[in-house]
Design a protein around this ligand. Structure first.
Ligand SMILES: Cc1cc2nc3c(=O)[nH]c(=O)nc-3n(C[C@H](O)[C@H](O)[C@H](O)COP(=O)(O)OP(=O)(O)OC[C@H]3O[C@@H](n4cnc5c(N)ncnc54)[C@H](O)[C@@H]3O)c2cc1C
Length: 342
């Protein structure tokens, strides 16, 4: 295990923020992880878990031990007539894993192709796209519990998966995800009723085509972080009470909305941002993308301060126009490597 000091994290976060970590280590096993945690205790450092860095906002300096997860491996565990279970190391690249499942004729994850990041981070915010959330295909999550200093297996129902949420978000200092156990289908049960997918799938209803179309649609709409550094959808789609929504739609009849359980309605954050004049608009080096208002882009060498100035200005304008608060999706850190409220 090689603990490095004063490491530049710019290449390791997709928003391309300059961020110098006082301590950095890459771990490839649970033993490495235990050693890294011992080091952090001995040196009184907080621990910041880093996977693909595609859902985080980092300050310019971090006095903490950044632990980059690089646990590899894919292993078949069991199968029945309908499904196969597979254990996947947290450090596997998510998109490559999805492509591999399709070549193995295992189905379920195709709608989630091309989401950046690593497998171990996928349960954290229960990644979702095109009508599918990863939690639907997770059987259990293997973690190292920092509280009890033990490895544990947490069943999917105990992960409390919901929209962009899980217990791992509630308890970020407790669990380090080391492996994810997926239960994937042997026979495709395609979900194609979301967004532009239906039309694109008309001629070929195969899982291979579904994956291809998802990749194609995403490439045509979302900026590539290598060209336009970003963290994907910057704000969550707000979920509001039906009563509140009735007042809103009376004033804004075109508002895109999706009914939710428990008398709630999800509204499209991108539309609210667009209608507030922020699509394609910049404040200094940071702005909302011209093709997709929900994506915040670092157009030059922005710092976290610049990013916050822009997203807070967007929040203010949307709130003034619609009375709706937009909550950012990526995780925000402070100088001590701790998660901060936005
Ligand atoms: C262009 C683009 C498109 C995107 N599209 C989508 C989308 O369609 N749907 C969607 O849901 N998200 C999307 N995202 C967001 C992001 O890709 C996902 O949230 C992804 O799962 C983050 O993975 P990561 O490996 O980059 O995690 P990181 O950004 O490294 O980490 C995210 C959080 O998880 C924690 N974490 C990471 N690894 C572990 C671990 N092993 N154990 C415990 N905690 C851990 C980190 O500490 C941090 O708090 C997109 C991002 C980009 C840049």
């Amino acid at each position: 295990m090689n603990i490095e000091s004063q490491v530049q994290l710019k290449p390791f976060n997709t928003l391309s923020l300059n961020s110098i970590a006082s301590h950095y280590v890459k771990i490839q096993s649970i033993v490495d992880l235990q050693q890294a945690l011992q080091f952090s205790k001995a040196h009184d450092l907080n621990v910041l878990l880093l996977s693909g860095g595609s859902n985080m906002m980092l300050p310019e300096h971090i006095h903490a031990l950044v632990v980059a997860i690089d646990i590899q491996g894919i292993e078949f565990l069991s199968e029945d007539a309908e499904s196969k279970t597979i254990k996947v190391g947290a450090g596997q690249v998510w998109h490559d894993f999805v492509l591999w499942t399709t070549t193995q004729q295992l189905y379920g994850l195709q709608n989630l192709a091309l989401i950046p990041g690593l497998v171990g981070a996928s349960p954290v915010q229960n990644i979702g796209a095109y009508g599918v959330e990863v939690g639907e295909f997770i059987q259990s999550v293997e973690v190292y519990d920092r509280q009890s200093a033990q490895t544990l297996s947490i069943q999917a129902q105990d992960c409390h998966f919901s929209y962009r949420h899980s217990i791992f978000k509630d308890d970020p200092d407790r669990y380090v995800i080391t492996h994810v156990i997926f239960k994937l289908l042997k026979h495709a049960d395609l979900k194609v009723n979301y967004g532009d997918l239906k039309d694109a799938m008309m001629d070929d209803m195969s899982a291979e085509n579904l994956q291809k179309q998802v990749i194609h649609i995403r490439q045509s709409k979302l900026p590539d972080p290598k060209e336009y550094p970003n963290v994907g959808s910057f704000f969550k789609n707000p979920i509001i009470k039906q009563q509140e929504f009735s007042q809103l739609i009376a004033k804004f009849p075109n508002i895109p909305h999706y009914p939710q359980a428990g008398n709630h309605v999800k509204i499209a954050a991108g539309w609210l941002i667009d209608q507030s004049g922020w699509k394609g608009k910049q404040l200094n080096q940071v702005g909302m993308f011209h093709k997709q208002a929900l994506v915040l882009v670092n157009y030059a060498d922005a710092t976290l301060t610049d990013v916050r100035a822009t997203y807070q200005a967007v929040q203010k304008d949307v709130f003034e126009k619609f009375g709706v608060h937009l909550e950012p999706e990526p995780v925000l850190y402070n100088e001590l490597g701790l998660i901060k409220n936005h």
